[in-house]
Structures are given as structure tokens and as C-alpha cells.
Design a protein around this ligand. Structure first.
Ligand code: BES
Ligand code: MN
Ligand code: ZN
Length: 497
């Protein structure tokens, strides 16, 4: 979709449909007041009739407005709620409703005048960026593998109107929004692809394309032989149960000088998780194609950071494998030696994410990282604890955790911190090895993070468990692109600090 920022007075513009905000109690946003004057009270009359109350996310599309008289032929009223600074979440909800209405009515172009609503603690850059993110999200369609001619979403152009004095801030928001929305879409597309197409090798090829596209991005892929030489037996033990070779994808973005310590993002790239010999039940097992959402989000972030030319160094590491049952697969009770040298008793082969991540955490040391953040669809327990609203957050550095919390709040891609206390390490004791790979029924998300913490002792580290947030289940099944918004906000905050 094409986006542009416009600051000419509304009565000088020509457009197909204009989207304006209305509040409860028949109050109008500034742009709605302007349109109301221009149309001799069309909006006030509509509100007085009670056709729309102004409740948050209500929409009313007025068609066939005489365009020769007004310069536009459709008017979309969007309810914002009570007339007061809107919570950021409600602003996003209203945008999403507006985008959905444009989509449902197959509009080809629209003019969005919703950025003039007052949003609590948010500036014009943020408000504009959110318009782009929410419209792109609503218009995302996974059509690649449908052979029938399905109805394509038509919305091709969105003009965003802002007052002249905020033009520059809005332009900045537009640039950020486009880059981040593209990163989100990339993450969603890779994640929505099925396991028979999106294999570790496929992911590596897609990562390579980022290197072709951006001068500042270099991609190196370690294959199984390379990993063997590095002693990554934990990672390789998972891949042994599968015919697809594992890959460790490294994507380096250089936006700052050579010596600048990088932020390292590690994303779990399990392209299909059947559980291995500890086979999962078959209900909803298809959703385990999403077990690479962490890896997809890392690639989305690198793409967005490179598009924005962020002045930072960033490294993405994506350990990628399948987890399947096979004669050569890990067996419960097997003991392997990780790259770090710690031995691990595999009591459940379905706790494979931590096995591919632990060697990658060890590998990350070579980058002398500023911080390391891993993102992984790691535990079903995270869904039990937190549902699908925030991602789980744990880490060994309070400042890093606070920074991620704050970035999540700003981006409306929230996290909730769980304790990573020493006491929990008890649960990972093994009679036969240094560590067991599971901690029993209690505190599953915490013990998974505890396991990882043993491999992240040499740097500041945080772990995001995105099992509940990376995709939606049920009738709207599909990837969400989270936590790309959160991580991009974190990186933007860093560059502003
Ligand atoms: N990829 C799964 C976690 C998962 C499960 C994410 C369901 C989203 C929905 C992970 O590899 C896994 O299987 N974890 C096990 C760990 C257990 C064996 C300790 C789990 O959560 O059941
Ligand atoms: Mn598993
Ligand atoms: Zn898994």
C-alpha cells in the first residue's frame, strides 16, 4: 500500500473517502469539526439522529455523499470513546476498526484524519506510525497457497492528514511505520508458511535475501558440519531426529562503527515441533509450524532496522531445526554435552527449544554483545500463566527488563515479567548430568528460562516467551508478527537515548 502525509486544508483536498473521529456525547475531533462545517452539519446531524454513538471502535460509513459539492463521496465516522486523552490501546483499536471497515467495503483509497485525536503520552510520530502499522495489519492476507481466485483486498493508497506544524513528525512516523510494518509482514508470512515449505534451509535462503537487499546486512549460515566443529551437540541432537538439516542462521546488520558492541537477538527457529519421541497429542499439532516465530521475528527486526538505517549494530541468530520422532532421534534419558561443556539429561524430547537455544547462547559470546535478547515460543505453560495478551519476560538484568517493559508499553506489544530466582534452579537437578532439560509440572515458563540462564551468564540477557502472543488460534488462526513492534521500539529507544 502507498502512504502519504498531507497537510493542506481539508476543503482543498479531493478524496474517495475521508475517515474522521467522533466521540461520545456528540463531540467531534478537530478534523471532524472541519468536515462538519464544510458539509453544512452532515456529521452533527448524523450524530443527533443517533446513527452512531461514538463508542470506541464503532464505525459508520456514509456512502454517496454528493462529491461535486464536497470533494469526497464517502465519509467514514469512527467512534473514539469518551472525549479525553485516549489510552494508546483504544486509539489502536479504533484504527483497526477503521481499517477493517475500509477493507470490508473494498475501498481503493482513503484519507485518514484520525491522527488529530489526543492520545495519552503519545506524539504525532507515534500516532502516524500506528496508522500505518494498523492498516498494514488489517490488510495482511496469506494468499500464496490458495489456487482459487480469492478476493484480494483493494485498499491501495492511504493519505494521512495532519496539521502543517506536525508534518515533519508525521513523516518520521510514516517512515518508521512502513519499515516496522514490513518487518511484521515478513515475520507473519514466514510463520504462516507450512512446515513442508518453510524448512530450516528455506529460512536460511530467506535470510540470505535480506543480505542481497541491504548493503549493511551480511548473512552467514552454519550447516551441521560447522556446528559439529563448534561442539553444538545440544542443537544437533534435536536435528538428528529429522531429515531436514539444521541451520544456524546469522544475520549481521552494521549501522554503527565497527567497534560498537551489538545488540544480539536470538530467535527460536523450530520449523515444526512434533515433540520428537515424547510425541505431542495430535489435536492442533498443525500449529507447531509456528514454532519458528521467534526466528521469523528476528528476521523481521533486522529488515526493519536496515530499512530505517538505525545507527546501531545488530546481530540476529536463528537456530533452525525440526523436532520429529525417528530411529536416530533423542530418547528420554539420553545425555548430551552442550557447546559450553555442561551435560544435559533429556528427560522430555519435547523440551527441544532450550536445547537449540542453549548452544546459540554460548555462540553469541563471540560477538561481545551489549545485550542478548532471545525470543522463543518456548512453553505451553506461558499460555496457562499469561494467556495471549503479554509475552513472558525473564532475564538476568533488571535494567534490560525494565527497558523492554517500557518499550512494550509504548508499542502496545506488552510483556509481563516472571521471577528468575535462584530457588527455581533446584527443579532442574539431574541424578546423572549437570542439568535436566525439564523441571517438572511446576512453573514451566520459569524453569525453561532458568535452564537458558545457565548459558547466558557472561552478558546481560533477557528472554521473551512468545508462545501465547506470536500467533492467534481458532477462526482467525494466523501469525501476529509479535514481538517485532516491541523490539523495534526497544531499538528506537536505544538510538534516542
Ligand atoms: N514449542 C513448544 C511450546 C509450545 C507449546 C508453544 C504449545 C505454544 C503452544 C515447546 O517446544 C514445548 O513443547 N514445550 C513443552 C515443554 C515441556 C515438555 C516441559 C511444553 O510446553 O509442553
Ligand atoms: Mn517442543
Ligand atoms: Zn518447540
Amino acid at each position: 500500500m502507498e502512504y502519504s502525509i498531507e497537510s493542506a486544508p481539508l476543503d482543498k483536498l479531493q478524496y474517495d473517502c475521508i475517515i474522521v473521529g467522533v466521540y461520545e456525547n456528540q463531540e467531534l475531533s478537530p478534523f471532524a469539526q472541519e468536515i462538519d462545517r464544510q458539509t453544512d452539519g452532515l456529521i452533527t446531524q448524523t450524530l443527533a439522529r443517533g446513527d452512531i454513538e461514538g463508542k470506541n471502535s464503532e464505525t459508520l460509513l456514509l456512502q454517496l455523499v454528493p462529491s461535486d459539492a464536497y470533494g469526497f463521496s464517502r465519509l467514514l465516522l469512527v467512534g473514539l470513546g469518551k472525549m479525553q486523552p485516549l489510552p494508546a490501546r483504544k486509539y489502536r483499536k479504533a484504527l483497526s476498526a477503521a481499517a477493517k471497515c475500509c477493507k470490508d467495503h473494498a475501498l481503493q483509497s482513503a484519507t485518514c484524519a484520525l491522527a488529530d485525536s489526543d492520545v495519552k503520552d503519545r506524539d504525532w510520530t507515534w500516532k502516524t506510525r500506528q496508522i500505518v502499522e494498523m492498516f498494514e495489519d488489517a490488510c495482511y492476507q496469506f494468499t500464496l497457497l490458495k489456487s482459487e481466485n480469492i478476493k484480494k483486498i483493494k485498499l491501495a493508497a492511504l493519505q494521512i492528514v495532519v496539521p502543517e506544524e506536525h508534518h515533519q513528525a508525521a513523516e518520521q512516523g510514516l517512515q518508521q511505520g512502513k519499515a516496522i510494518a514490513d518487518g511484521i509482514s515478513l515475520a507473519k508470512e514466514l510463520a504462516d508458511l507450512p512446515g513442508n515449505i518453510c524448512t530450516p534451509t528455506y529460512l536460511a535462503v530467506q535470510a540470505g535475501k535480506l543480505g542481497d537487499k541491504h548493503d549493511q546486512v551480511s548473512v552467514y549460515v552454519l550447516d551441521e558440519e560447522d556446528m559439529e566443529q563448534l561442539g553444538m551437540d545440544a542443537l544437533l541432537s534435536v536435528s538428528r531426529g529429522s531429515r531436514q538439516p539444521a541451520k544456524l542462521i546469522t544475520v549481521e546488520y552494521r549501522g554503527a562503527e565497527r567497534g560498537g558492541k551489538p545488540v544480539v537477538l536470538i530467535g527460536k527457529g523450530l520449523t515444526f515441533d512434533a515433540g520428537g519421541i515424547s510425541l505431542k497429542p495430535s489435536a492442533n499439532m498443525d500449529e507447531m509450524k509456528y514454532d519458528m516465530c521467534g526466528g521469523a521475528a528476528v528476521l523481521g527486526c533486522i529488515a526493519a532496522a536496515a530499512s530505517l538505517h538505525l545507527p546501531i549494530n545488530l546481530v540476529g541468530l536463528v537456530p533452525s531445526s525440526e523436532n520429529l520422532p525417528d530411529g536416530d532421534a533423542n530418547k528420554p534419558g539420553d545425555i548430551i554435552t552442550s557447546m559450553l561443556g555442561k551435560t544435559i539429561e533429556i528427560l522430555n524430547t519435547d523440551a527441544e527449544g532450550r536445547l537449540i537455544l542453549c548452544d546459540t547462547l554460548t555462540y553469541a559470546k563471540k560477538y561481545d554483545p551489549e545485550v542478548v535478547i532471545d525470543l522463543a515460543t518456548l512453553t505451553g505453560a506461558c499460555l496457562v500463566a499469561l494467556g495471549r495478551i503479554p509475552s513472558g519476560l525473564l532475564g538476568n538484568d533488571e535494567q534490560l527488563c525494565r527497558d523492554l517493559q517500557s518499550a512494550g508499553d509504548t508499542a502496545c506489544d506488552t510483556v509481563w515479567q516472571l521471577p528468575l530466582w535462584e530457588e527455581y534452579q533446584e527443579l532442574l537437578k539431574s541424578n546423572f548430568a549437570d542439568l535436566a532439560n525439564i523441571g517438572g509440572r511446576d512453573a514451566g515458563t520459569i524453569t525453561a528460562a532458568c535452564f537458558l540462564s545457565n548459558f547466558a551468564e557472561d552478558y546481560r540477557w533477557a528472554h521473551l516467551d512468545i508462545a501465547g502472543t506470536a500467533w492467534r488460534t481458532g477462526k482467525d488462526k494466523g501469525a501476529t508478527g509479535r514481538p517485532v513492534p516491541l523490539l523495534m521500539q526497544y531499538l528506537l529507544d536505544r538510538t534516542n537515548a
